[in-house]
Design a protein around this ligand. Structure first.
Ligand code: NAD
Ligand code: TYD
Length: 376
């Protein structure tokens, strides 16, 4: 019997879920949403790398249904102890190194966390699952949160990625996530671990670290800094508002079939240049007194990312028809909500962009040549 996080929820003695990487962008949105829905207790295991930020979860820090554990998913003894102590009904596995540019400049951490870390969790989950009986055993789920980047790149007229699209990862990040997906698949097939994989397109929304396209452009524009568009800016991504992703994950946990993959996407294909220009217009409108208006004047074309995937697009018909999930936020409303959040949370932006962030900006952007319009 699988549990229903909406109706079965809450404090009434229900076992918790174990979330990994819950202090990151999607993980913290998921945890906040889960607790707001009174869906039961959460144990959050997060190493707090540069991408993990306890400030995201400050509003629930004292919630009796929330337990935070700072630790590494590669630490087998810690993971086994947490499973034994908390006896979760599910593991929601978000923890990962997640930024393509960082994976290009330093792939080691990606192999360690994304592959070894997932392996460690799978082994621990397998032993824990074997120790369960009856309904607890039947209801247990391991949900592996993955990306559409495992499928590689699409030409402009190619059909969108579906669940049977062959894997063809192109970046160290995508390769490490593809490897982790394969491990999960094998643990289902060989050991009977009740796992499910989701492959989602690019997320955006509150609490996203400003190394990724949308929050980086907002943070730079607010300071009148150049908006660095890689190459010709015609690469296409399929954008999904983060809370739509969180809702999809809850549906998959509730009703997804063990051993299946579900692709999740918003049906919002946009070129990077379109996204940046839309952000600039929103900022022009929301900050009528900014001295940097029109913000589009800050757009700067810089040297392309090596191996840059041209286009991603998700065919989400399986999750739509099987689990009755659909993205609720349009790209226009989601982007507006996101810009408004960043404007209202300038202290959060200030805190995450000080210190080590400046080192990253230097590493990733200083060596990139600027490309003038005519030279492209
Ligand atoms: P993120 O980089 O914002 O957060 C990752 C979190 O994992 C951080 O809190 C970090 O501290 C933690 N972490 C990293 N290494 C760890 C380790 N060894 N042990 C414990 N915790 C560790 O990432 P995100 O954007 O929130 O992505 C979450 C998941 O969703 C990832 O698995 C990613 O591959 C997947 N995903 C992301 C997107 C996207 O657009 N952001 C799209 C599809 C799928
Ligand atoms: P990103 O947010 O890093 O996500 P991903 O690489 O996982 O899709 O980048 C989204 C797109 O934006 C991608 O095509 C690269 C591009 N991009 C820029 O043009 N400039 C930037 O400074 C960044 C960070 C990304």
């Amino acid at each position: 019997m699988s549990f229903n996080p909406t109706t079965d929820g809450a404090a009434g003695g229900r076992p918790p879920i174990l979330v990994t990487g819950g202090a990151g962008f999607i993980g913290s949105n998921f945890v906040l949403d889960w607790l707001a829905a009174n869906a039961g207790p959460v144990v959050n295991l997060d190493k707090l790398t540069y991408a993990g930020n306890p400030e995201n979860l400050a509003s629930i820090a004292d919630d009796p249904g929330y337990t935070f554990v700072q630790g590494d998913i590669c630490d087998a003894a810690l993971v086994a102890r947490l499973l034994d102590e908390h006896r979760p009904r599910a593991i929601m596995h978000f923890a990962a190194e997640s930024h393509v540019d960082r994976s290009i400049l330093g792939p080691e951490a990606f192999l360690r966390t994304n592959i070894d870390g997932t392996f460690t969790l799978l082994q621990a989950a397998r032993a824990y699952h074997a120790s369960l009986a009856g309904e607890e055993k039947e209801g247990f789920r391991f949900l592996h949160v993955s990306t559409d980047e495992v499928y590689g790149t699409l030409a402009p007229d190619d059909p969108a990625f579906h669940e049977e699209t062959p894997y063809a990862p192109n970046s160290p990040y995508a390769a490490s996530k593809a490897a982790s997906d394969h491990l999960v698949r094998a643990w289902v097939h060989t050991y009977g671990l009740p796992a499910i994989i989701t492959n989602c397109s690019n997320n955006y929304g509150p609490y996203q670290f400003p190394e990724k396209l949308i929050p980086l452009m907002i943070a730079n524009a607010l300071k009148g800094k150049p908006l660095p568009v890689y190459g010709d800016g015609q690469q296409v991504r399929d954008w999904l508002f983060v809370l739509d992703h969180c809702r999809a994950l809850r549906k998959v946990l509730e009703r997804g079939r063990v051993g299946e993959t579900y692709n999740v996407g918003g049906g919002n294909q946009r070129s990077n240049l379109e996204v940046v220009k839309t952000l600039c217009s929103l900022l022009d409108e929301l900050m009528p007194h900014s001295s940097f208006r029109p913000h589009a004047q800050l757009i700067t074309y810089v040297e392309d990312r090596p191996g840059h995937d041209r286009r991603y697009a998700i065919d989400a018909r399986k999750i739509e028809s099987e689990l009755d999930w659909r993205a609720q936020e349009s790209f226009e409303t989601g982007l507006r909500r996101t810009v408004e959040w960043y404007l209202a949370n300038s202290v959060w932006v200030e805190n995450v962009t000080s210190g080590a962030y400046q080192h990253w900006v230097k590493q990733n952007y200083a060596a990139r040549s600027t490309v003038t319009e005519g030279a492209r």
